[in-house]
Structure formats: structure tokens, C-alpha cells
Design a protein around this ligand. Sequence first.
Ligand SMILES: *[C@@H]1O[C@H](CO)[C@@H](O)[C@H](O)[C@H]1NC(C)=O
Ligand SMILES: *[C@@H]1O[C@H](CO)[C@@H](O)[C@H](O)[C@H]1NC(C)=O
Ligand SMILES: [Mn+2]
Length: 404
Amino acid sequence: MISFLILVVFVYSVCASKHSQKFLDNHDRPSNFIQSSIYGKNLEQNSLPDPVTLPPSYQSRDFDQEDAFGGIGTFAHLPFTECTNSANSGTFDIGIVGHPFDLGVSYRPGARFGPNGARQGARRLSSVGGLEYVTIDHGVNPFRNWATVTDCGDISNTPFDKLVAIQELEHGMKTINSMTPKNVSAADAVRLITIGGDHTITLPILRALHSTWGRVAVLHFDSHLDTWDPKQLGGGLTKHSEVNHGTMLHIAHEEGLLSNHSNMHLGSRCALFDEHYDIDNDIRCGFSIIRARELDKIGVDKVVKKVLDTVGDEYVYLSVDIDVLDPAFAPATGTIEPGGWTTRELLAIINGLSEAGLKIIGSDVVEFTPVYDNAAETTGIVVSQIIYEILQWMVKVPVKTPKA
Ligand SMILES: *[C@@H]1O[C@H](CO)[C@@H](O)[C@H](O)[C@H]1NC(C)=O
Ligand SMILES: *[C@@H]1O[C@H](CO)[C@@H](O)[C@H](O)[C@H]1NC(C)=O
Ligand SMILES: [Mn+2]
């Protein structure tokens, strides 16, 4: 085989040198590869088009942050704002905030890289010219409506101590939450969409938002309940072990952060540790449940109606654990449960809640763990699309605080 290859190379080089000799003899030396190739033989010398002179709008695009391949990788190419800096108060209405934290997981780790994974998944979204300029479903460009939307970057937190990290996240969220919105005629508080991070982060977020909004109805899209008694899930050992991504809603209830009766789990399909205790405790925490399998029987509209009937005009905090989706649609997560909703179903339910005008005051999308994603970035793109849908909701429904 090798000697055959050597022979081929030898014959080829002899022929090639003969050819170039011929060109030289004819004073017809090829000046580029195309002319010397067999395809170039038939090309008229003057048939190639002149280089195009770029119009001025293109010449100024050297560093176009809004271009799909320009600038630096913020969420949907949004401008970056240091949202914790009081000098930036009054410059934005809605912020996308990353929480790179995963010290609270019980199974696969790595969600601390979720915020940047979601930004990668959001490259195709853009405020101008991108795929989502105005969608056929919304007819609104949420990046160019009454609200100024920005990427706040990630909140620093230590990877060495879970409880300290949670305090850092709460402090960061409180600081951003205290900023004055830009469009004060539409809203009297900024609103934030947080990218996790494991689900523990919902606890510091709810703590940070409480002084602004009071008790909120949590709409919790998740395959699991996450109201587990800390004594049961990881608890009884140290304080550190009690605060984790399966207990944070229990703790939020104990701290008086949740609505008394209007919280809901949507898409549940988990195993229970104790059938009776877990459900009783969940009801005590103010939750009702729409299981994943109920959707097939009652449909999207009935799910939306049940939520409206439960929540009424209470303030809504939306928490989306990406494991609410079937692993076919979102494989890259920590605690996978087969048998979940499709992306279309989830987006349609969120859209239904938005159309109904539910008062959304904040949101998170959590448990995206990029290291388990595939080459097609399936999960990262889905996470970015869910955030886009939530953004549509926040733009559609401006909300005033109880003080207003
Ligand atoms: C502020 O928001 C209102 C809608 O609530 C809108 O009518 C108005 O144009 C916005 N102002 C600016 C400067 O975008
Ligand atoms: C919710 O429960 C708390 C504690 O029992 C109580 O103080 C509060 O008044 C209740 N809120 C409403 C709106 O019922
Ligand atoms: Mn969860």
C-alpha cells in the first residue's frame, strides 16, 4: 500500500513539473490556483467579479455586538451592564443575571457553568435582524419594546462554602433589585431573570425579592417537588446539608416568603421518599400539583386555567427547572426524569399565562449543566428559548409593586 502511494506521488510530480514547464515555455504562467486548475482553464481572465465595495453600514460593523458573530457572548447579544453598580441605576428595566453555583446538587454536578452555556445557546437570538426579530407567535420584539433589557453578568460566589455562597447571591440580587428602573412610567422596580445554577439559588432570590414584593406565588415547573423536609433530604447532619436543591421551597415557606395557598408544581413526576409525609408537607407549604401525565388528559388550555384559578391576581415568581422537560428535549441536567413535557408544551403554557396577564415579578431557569449537552447544544438552545418566552411575558405585563 505504501509503495503504491509513493508511486502515485512520484508519477504525479513528474506530470506536474511537465505541465508547469509547458506553461513557462508558453509565457502563460498561472498566477493563482484557480487558473492553474482544470476548472480554471475555461475561465475568461476578466470574468471574475470586482471586489464588492461594502456599503457604509457594513464598514462600521467591525465590532457589532448585535451581530450573530460579532462582539462578545452576552445573552442574545444584549449590552452588558454592571447591574450592582449604583451608577447604573436607572439604565435598565429587565436584567438577565447568572448564578454560577452548584454546591447544592444531589446527583450530577456542573450547573455552575449554566449561565455561560445559556449565553452560548442564545447566540442566535438578537435584538435586531436575528431569528427572533418578531416571532409569528408574539408579534413583539421584546428587546426593543418599552423595557430596556440588559445582561447583568454573573454574581460572584465562593465555590468553597455553600452557605456563604448563598448569602453572596442574596446580597447581589438585593443590590440589583434596589436599582431604579429606566422606564419609571411603566414600572417602579426592575425585574430579573436568573440563569442557574442549581435550584438552591431560588432561595436567595426569593429572600432578596421579599422586601419589594412580599409573599409571592411560586409557579414551579419541575419534575420534582423541591419542598422536601431538610430533616429528610440530606439533613440531620449539618446546617450545610439541609440547604440544597430539593429543600429550598420548604425553607422558603418556613421563612414566610411564599404565598399561603397559591403555589403550584407543574410537570411533577418524581419518586417520593414517603408517600404521605411528602405530600402532606407539600400541601402545608402551600402547593398544589399538576403532574406531567395530566397534560395529556386536560391539555394546555386547562393547565393554564387551573393556574389562573389558583393564583388569581397574586404576584407570581416563575421558577423553571429544566428537568421539567423530557430528557429528549433537555438532556443536560443534573437530576433527569424521563417522561416529561415537550419544549412546545412548556412554551405554550408560559405563553398562556402571559396572555392571561399574570403578574410576573421575577423568574429563574435552573439546573442546566452544559457538560452533559450534545454537539447540537440542544439544552442550551432550549434554555435560551424559555428565557425569551419569559422575557415576552415581562414585556407584555408591566407590574407595579405594592407600594406603588
Ligand atoms: C415606557 O413604557 C410605556 C409603557 O408602559 C411606553 O408607552 C413608553 O413608550 C415607554 N417609554 C419609553 C421611553 O420607552
Ligand atoms: C399567610 O399566613 C401567615 C402565617 O400564618 C399569616 O400571618 C398571613 O396573614 C397569611 N396571609 C394571607 C394573605 O392569608
Ligand atoms: Mn428542581
